[in-house]
Design a protein around this ligand. Structure first.
Ligand SMILES: *[C@@H]1O[C@H](CO)[C@@H](O)[C@H](O)[C@H]1NC(C)=O
Ligand SMILES: *[C@@H]1O[C@H](CO)[C@@H](O)[C@H](O)[C@H]1NC(C)=O
Length: 678
C-alpha cells in the first residue's frame, strides 16, 4: 500500500518535470523522439525531443540521428512562419510557429501549432496494416495539415513543404538526379542517386531506389525544385512556387536541391480547412537478396508489386485512400489504447511509442515464378536488427519482438520464421553466414525457435510449420536435452553482458524449449515423443531450481550466491502454458524484484546497473503481483519521460541515471506488448 502510494507520487513528479520543460501539452508524454514517418528500415524519420523540441525549429532525423531535410512554412495574411524543420534563408527570417500540443498514438503523431491568428494541425500517419500484405508493404507515410482561425476572424493561408536529397542517399557528397510528374491529379517529386548500388547501404541508409514526395493537385497547388534557399525564398516572398524544375543535377549537399509543393487555402475561418495532404516514401526494387537451397541468390520484391505495376499508381492509390487509412488507423489505435490502458496509462504510453518502431524494422516480400509472375505462395518477412548491427532476421532479436507479432498477426511471425536463421550480416542481403562467422548462442537460439514455433502454432491453429520442420525442431530439442541443464560458458541474447557458464536464465529457456517440443509432438499426435520430452523437462526443472536458488531468489549463475538477474525467460513458460516451473518460483522472483529496484527499474543482472526495457516488460508480464508489475512498467515509463534522451526508443539504459546506454530504434521494443500477447 505505502509503496504503491509513494510510486504514484513519484510518477506524477516525473510527469510534471517532463512537461515543465515544454510549453506545450504532451499526450501521453513527451517521448525521447517522436516517430514522424516510420515504416521500413529505410523510411524512418523522427523528431528528436530530448527535454522538449518543437516540430518548428529542429530538423527531423533518420533513426541514426542524421538530418533529413523536411521543411514546412505557412503564410498567414502575408506573414510567414516555420512549422517544420529548421530552414534558414539569408535575409528572410520567418517567425517560428508556437507548438501548443503534441499527441502520439500507435500509428499517428499529431502537432498543433499556432502561426499568428491561425492554428495548424499537422498529423503524421504511418499505418500498421495487420490484415493487408499490400498495404503493410507500401513504404509510404502521410502528412496531413489543416488550418483554422484562432481569433474568430478569417485569414488568407498558404502552405509550403519540401524534402531534401537526404531522403535519397545517406552520403550527401553523392550526385543525385530528380524529376517531377504533374501529369495526373497526384503530383510527385522523385529523387535518386545517379550511380545507385543495389543491396548496398551507406551508414544504414539505402544506396539505391528512390525517394518520393507527393501531393494532390488541389488548393491551387504549385511546385518547384532547386536550391533550398532559392525555392524557400520564392515561397517566402510570393506565397507560391514557380512550377519550374532545376535540371542542374548535382550532389545532395551541393547547393542543397529541395523538392517542394505549395498550396493556397484561400480564406480560412474558424472551421478547419480541408486536408492538405503530402506523402513521403522510399521504394527500392528488388528489396531483399535472399539465399535459397543450393546457395542460389534470389531477388525478392516488396509485396505491393503484386498489385501495382508502377510506383506512381501505388502513390495515387495511397494518397487517394487517405480517409480509409485514417479511419482504419483510428480503429487500430483505439483498440491498442483500450487494451493497454486496461493495464495502466503508463503502459499505454510505452506501448503506443513502440509499435511503429517495431514494425518499421520489417519488410514483407514476395518472389517470382520462373515465368516472371509473382509467387504469392512465397511470402517472407525480413527484420533488420537495427543499431546494434545490421543483421537480417537475428533470431534473438525476433524473440524479444515476438509479442508485437502475436498481437498484430501471428502469421507475420511465420513469415519471419520461414526466413530464419540469422540470415546475414548486412541488411538487405539475406545471404547467410557461409564463412561461419555468425554469433554463436546455441542455447538461446534453439530455445527461441522452439518457443516461437509452438507460440505461432497455438495462436494460429496452423500445424504446417511444425509438421514441415519436425525433424529440425527435434534436432534443436536434442541439443537442449544435452546442454540446457548445465549450460556451458556461452552468451545469451544480452551478448554485451558477456559469456558465462551455468546461466540460470538460459537453463530456464532451454527447459521451456524442451517442454514446448513435447507440446508440439502432442499436437502432431506423437505421444511417445511428447511423453519423453515432457518427463525430461519435469526432471530438469527442480534440478535447475536446486542449483540456482539462494537467499530467496534465483542466481544469475548456479552457486553464485550474491548474484541475480531478470529471469525473463519465465515469461515463455507462462505464454505457452508449458508450466515447467511451479508458481512458487514466480512468486519468489516477484517478491525479489521489488527489493532491488532502482529509480528507473531493475538492473538486467548484478554485473551492471543497466537494464533492457524489453526484458523489464517481459518480467512485468510474468510477476504474480499487480503492484510489482506496475512498478516495472512505471520504471520504463519514467525512463521515456525523463527528458534525458533524444533518440528513437533505446531499449538499453541505466537504471540509476535513466540515460540510454546505446542502441536505438530496435524492433525489440515489440516486446513491450508482452502483457497484451498473453
Ligand atoms: C527421449 O529423447 C532423447 C533426446 O532426444 C533421446 O535421446 C531419447 O532416446 C528419447 N527417449 C525415448 C524413450 O524416446
Ligand atoms: C555448473 O554447475 C554445475 C552444477 O552446480 C557444477 O557442477 C559445475 O561445476 C558448474 N560449472 C561451472 C563452469 O561453474
Amino acid at each position: 500500500m505505502g509503496l504503491l502510494k509513494l510510486l504514484s507520487y513519484a510518477s506524477l513528479a516525473l510527469f510534471a518535470t517532463g512537461t515543465a520543460a515544454t510549453s506545450w501539452t504532451a499526450n501521453p508524454v513527451n517521448p525521447p523522439s517522436v516517430p514522424l514517418a516510420v515504416r521500413t528500415p529505410y523510411l524512418s524519420a523522427w523528431l528528436p525531443q530530448g527535454a522538449g523540441t518543437s516540430l518548428a525549429g529542429a530538423w527531423p532525423q533518420f533513426w541514426t540521428g542524421s538530418t533529413l531535410g523536411w521543411a514546412g512554412y505557412v503564410r498567414v495574411d502575408g506573414k510567414t512562419y516555420t512549422w517544420l524543420g529548421d530552414p534558414v534563408v539569408p535575409n528572410l527570417a520567418p517567425a517560428l510557429a508556437t507548438q501548443k500540443s503534441m499527441t502520439y498514438t500507435s500509428t499517428q503523431s499529431t502537432f498543433v501549432l499556432s502561426a499568428g491568428a491561425v492554428d495548424l494541425t499537422v498529423n503524421f500517419l504511418s499505418p500498421v496494416e495487420a490484415s493487408d500484405l499490400v498495404k503493410q508493404s507500401t513504404p509510404f507515410s502521410y502528412m496531413a495539415i489543416t488550418a483554422k482561425s484562432n481569433d474568430g476572424g478569417s485569414h488568407s493561408v498558404q502552405i509550403y513543404s519540401d524534402i531534401s536529397g537526404e531522403w535519397a542517399s545517406g552520403d550527401t557528397s553523392q550526385a543525385i538526379k530528380w524529376s517531377t510528374d504533374t501529369s495526373s491529379n497526384v503530383w510527385t517529386h522523385q529523387a535518386q542517386l545517379q550511380s545507385p548500388q543495389v543491396y548496398t547501404e551507406y551508414q544504414d541508409h539505402t544506396q539505391y531506389g528512390a525517394a518520393y514526395y507527393s501531393t494532390q493537385n488541389s488548393q491551387s497547388a504549385t511546385w518547384q525544385t532547386g536550391q533550398d534557399t532559392v525555392v524557400r525564398a520564392q515561397f517566402l516572398n510570393n506565397g507560391k512556387l514557380s512550377n519550374v524544375g532545376d535540371t542542374n543535377y548535382r550532389a545532395v549537399s551541393n547547393n542543397w536541391p529541395v523538392f517542394a509543393f505549395a498550396h493556397d487555402l484561400g480564406s480560412v475561418g474558424t472551421s478547419a480547412s480541408s486536408n492538405t495532404l503530402y506523402t513521403v516514401g522510399h521504394v527500392r526494387d528488388p528489396a531483399i537478396q535472399y539465399i535459397t537451397a543450393g546457395n542460389n541468390l534470389q531477388d525478392r520484391s516488396a509485396y505491393f508489386w503484386t498489385k501495382y505495376n508502377t510506383v506512381q499508381s501505388l502513390i495515387s492509390d495511397f494518397i487517394g485512400s487517405y480517409s480509409t487509412a485514417l479511419s482504419a488507423a483510428n480503429t487500430f489505435d483505439n483498440k491498442v489504447k483500450n487494451d493497454a490502458s486496461a493495464i495502466s496509462n503508463n503502459y499505454y504510453a510505452v506501448v503506443a511509442l513502440s509499435i511503429r518502431q517495431a514494425i518499421g524494422a520489417t519488410e514483407i516480400t514476395v518472389s517470382k515464378n520462373s515465368d516472371g509472375t509473382w509467387n504469392t505462395n512465397d511470402v517472407l518477412m525480413f527484420m533488420k536488427e537495427i543499431s546494434s548491427d545490421g543483421n537480417v532476421n537475428t533470431v534473438d532479436v525476433i524473440m524479444p519482438a515476438w509479442p508485437v507479432l502475436l498481437y498484430l498477426n501471428p502469421t507475420w511471425g511465420k513469415y519471419l520464421l520461414l526466413a530464419v536463421h540469422d540470415l546475414g550480416a548486412s541488411y538487405p542481403k539475406a545471404i547467410g553466414h557461409n564463412a561461419g562467422n555468425d554469433e554463436k548462442m546455441p542455447l538461446e537460439e534453439c530455445g527461441n525457435m522452439l518457443i516461437m514455433a509452438l507460440s505461432y502454432t497455438q495462436k494460429s491453429n496452423d500445424l504446417s510449420l511444425v509438421k514441415t520442420y519436425t525433424k529440425l525442431l527435434e534436432q534443436w530439442t536434442g541439443y537442449l536435452v544435452q546442454e540446457a541443464l548445465i549450460p556451458a560458458s556461452q552468451i545469451s541474447t544480452d551478448d554485451f553482458a558477456g559469456s558465462l557458464a551455468n546461466q540460470t536464465n538460459l537453463a530456464i529457456k532451454g527447459v521451456v524449449g524442451i517442454k514446448a517440443m513435447s507440446m508440439i509432438e502432442g499436437l502432431l499426435g506423437n505421444t511417445a515423443a511428447q511423453q519423453n520430452y515432457s518427463s525430461i523437462a519435469s526432471g530438469y526443472a527442480p534440478q535447475i531450481l536446486n542449483f540456482a536458488t539462494a537467499n530467496n531468489h534465483l542466481e544469475l549463475n548456479y552457486g553464485a550466491a550474491n548474484t541475480w538477474g531478470l529471469s525473463y525467460n519465465l515469461y515463455a513458460d507462462k505464454l505457452l502454458g508449458t508450466d515447467v516451473f511451479p508458481q512458487s518460483t514466480f512468486q519468489m522472483q516477484t517478491a525479489w524484484y521489488n527489493t532491488v529496484r532502482n529509480q528507473y527499474g531493475v538492473p538486467l543482472d548484478t554485473r551492471h546497473t543497466y537494464t533492457k526495457s524489453d526484458w523489464q516488460i517481459w518480467t512485468a508480464a510474468l510477476v504474480t503481483d499487480t503492484t510489482v508489475r506496475n512498478n516495472l512498467i512505471d520504471s520504463v515509463y519514467a525512463y521515456i519521460a525523463d527528458g534525458k534522451n533524444n533518440m528513437p526508443f533505446s531499449d538499453w539504459y541505466d537504471t540509476e541515471s535513466g540515460a540510454s546506454s546505446g542502441f536505438r530504434a530496435r524492433p525489440v521494443v515489440g516486446g513491450h506488448l508482452a502483457i497484451l500477447a498473453l
